[in-house]
Design a protein around this ligand. Sequence first.
Ligand SMILES: [Zn+2]
Length: 428
Amino acid sequence: MEQSIPDLIYVQNSEGRPLMPTRRHNKVWYWLRTGRAHLVRRQPFTIQLHFATTNYTQKAVVGVDTGSQTVGIAAITNGEVICQAEVHLRTDIKEKLDRRRQYRQNRRSGKTRYRPARFANRRRKAGWLSPSLRSKAQATIKAVRWITSLLPVHQVNVEVGSFDTQKMHQPEISGREYQQGQLEGYLLREYLLTKWKRQCSYCGARDVPLQIEHLTPKSRGGTDRASNLTISCAPCNLKKGKQTAEEFGFPQVQAQAKMPLKDAAHVSSMKTAVVTGLQEQFGYDQVSIMFGYETKYKRIQVLSLPKSHTNDAVAIACVIGAVVKPLAVVHQCHCIPRGNYQVYNGKHSEHKVWAPRKVKGWKLYEIVEAKGQIGYIGGRRVKGSFVLKDLLTEKPILEVTPGKLRRLARPVRGWIIHREEARASSPD
Ligand SMILES: [Zn+2]
């Protein structure tokens, strides 16, 4: 394992405002030892200075790759990545609310006093999000707030859609010759993927590598305009060969290609909530909107990075053409419930929930190591053993006595953070 570059230490001034991070570990240990600074948090390692310093900072740009399960976030100053994190959002909210609704329905039908049904007498405000989506949007905003507590941030870039509709206003008649590997090529590809619903327009195959296909082949005078292009899987493309789509038996595809894509500006309600929330907190000028085709172009063509949430976030944060190197360390932030609000359990709700917040000094969701394996505390049994669960799959991996545990991270304000070596999520 190479450990040539030391990890960054985040620094706050005496008023708690973030300064530039440092790699000078010796200096930091000296300050801590002599009482010139104190430790704010261990993950990520942050100190606060007790003496006045020049408040000289270089402004950082934050990139946010929103997602439905994992949010990638990265900060860049002066062509250097200074923070990378993945936020794992909660996915248990819908299930928990469904269960609560079930309990309430049972109570209504049971032998109890009359309880009127109250499901249809409430109005939803404009911009209402379902609880699961609201939790995800709020966690994304919280992640940006977290990074602004570590670094002097002056701009936040958020990716909202795969391509810019205004740039593709009249793509069918613009007659631009798009080249593969160019930024416009990525724009065209995302446009076509959306127009053809990300599936092969001949056989309907999904989740396979898709190619841009010329309806009238180039060898027979077909152009590179969007009105002559469609999306196809490799076998269909090969089978079609030098035929036109009509000769291949798909005149309707040829007709559909002539029609430009309407109302493509569909941005999910969660992303809208994230952007408006960020604008409210950081100001309208500080939040910029980015598009997926730019991210993809920057990540593949300029930075040549594999696909991962943090690498996407790095690409979102940097300007087109700039080359930056990602950090070796990614902070993994897991969103967790802040407490257990269940009062009764058992088949007929006959047991009062007894477990205190701490059992033998251990809380739920603490990240621990035991018998060489790393997981979080997912359960504490009455008979005395603790259940260790895997951080990503949430499956039980081990049952041990609390004496065998070694603490790695504690839950703080609804999050547990631990650091990990960077890795690619999936091949692109
Ligand atoms: Zn096909």
